[in-house]
Design a binder for this molecule. Structure first.
Ligand code: PHE
Length: 324
């Protein structure tokens, strides 16, 4: 009987796979109503001459089972610890998971590069409002009421006298009204026109430049834009001035940049500040001279990166944008 119980206990302890199972085994044999405890209780029924021997055997059985359980408990605890360590294990030598971060938009990148080039030549970056009045956007810039640029169809008007600026040139006016020459500023920013096709967006970016001082000539203008072209498009890039017309400059030019592999590309409007504009801001045109230029930032980005449809710039397709 005792031997059988010993064997059974041994077998069950061996099979216990975790602390819970082992505890069940303990209760089964050593609990208050456990098999071994029952044997202890039966000691009264044993004839007195055998009682001593019986008691000794049951005690031994109890000790043995307790020992086995204690041993197994150790083993299981160690195992559990190992399992826990295993689940916590990290391979610190693995390369980290790369997190996708944002990326400068190609237009913003060109904007920044343009600013850097002109700032290094001594120009100051200034800004003006995107909602303009017709005086700053047109009249002060010598663009009379009848000029086609003022047409309903080309501009976004809020009222007869208030509109989204159609170019950055009104910033020239604001700066000249608030300062005395010499002035060397660039004003980058958003401008708005009613256009939408492969080469025009209703919202695009311009960068305007204005230099006012004594005895400023077309030579200064050409040198400045030539220097800009070299820094923007690389050594060997040149500029060419073609006669043109803007109400606020006289003479006026379309400026082409020579790009290897492309030829001459028109990227700028420019000219010598019209005396009428100086009068509008209270400068004496006999004393002051100056040049101004304006270029499309998006256009330059397209040229530089070989983008053919301007609408790609505003689709916000991360795959497209991150390839620049
Ligand atoms: N404001 C003109 C435009 O938007 C560009 C320009 C700026 C031309 C300054 C000459 C001088 O087309």
């Amino acid at each position: 009987m005792i031997e059988e119980i010993m064997k059974e206990a041994e077998e069950k302890i061996k099979r216990a796979k975790n602390l819970d199972e082992l505890n069940h085994v303990r209760v089964e044999f050593l609990g208050k109503k456990g098999k071994i405890s029952m044997l202890m209780k039966r000691i009264k029924e044993i004839p007195s001459e055998e009682r001593r021997k019986y008691g000794k055997a049951v005690n031994e059985l109890k000790n043995n089972v307790e020992d086995l359980i204690r041993e197994k408990l150790e083993t299981l605890k160690n195992l559990e610890k190992l399992r826990m360590y295993e689940s916590m294990w990290v391979d610190v030598s693995l390369p980290g998971a790369k997190r996708k971060t944002g990326h400068e938009h190609p237009v913003m990148r060109i904007w920044r590069e343009m600013e850097e080039i002109f700032v290094s030549m001594g120009y100051e970056v200034v800004e003006g409002p995107e909602i303009e009045d017709t005086w700053h956007n047109f009249d002060a810039l010598n663009t009379p009421e009848w000029h086609p640029a003022r047409d309903e169809h080309d501009s976004f008007y809020f009222s007869d006298t208030s509109l989204l600026r159609t170019h950055t040139s009104p910033v020239q006016i604001r700066i000249m009204l608030s300062r005395k020459p010499p002035i060397a500023i660039i004003s980058p920013g958003k401008v708005y026109r009613r256009d939408y096709d492969a080469t025009h967006l209703p919202v695009f970016h311009q960068l305007e430049g204005l230099y006012v001082d004594k005895r400023v000539t077309v030579g200064h203008l050409k040198f400045t834009l030539g220097e800009f072209a070299r820094r923007m498009f690389g050594e060997g890039s040149r500029v060419r001035l073609r006669p043109s017309f803007f109400p606020f400059t006289e003479p006026s030019f379309e400026v082409d940049v020579y790009l290897k592999g492309y030829g001459w590309l028109e990227i700028l409007g420019a000219g010598m500040v019209d005396p009428e504009v100086f009068k509008n801001v209270g400068y004496d045109p006999e004393e002051w001279t100056g040049f101004a230029f304006g270029m499309g930032v998006d256009r330059v980005a397209m040229l530089k990166y070989g983008i053919t449809d301007i609408r790609e710039l505003v689709k916000n397709d991360a795959r497209f944008l991150s390839s620049y």
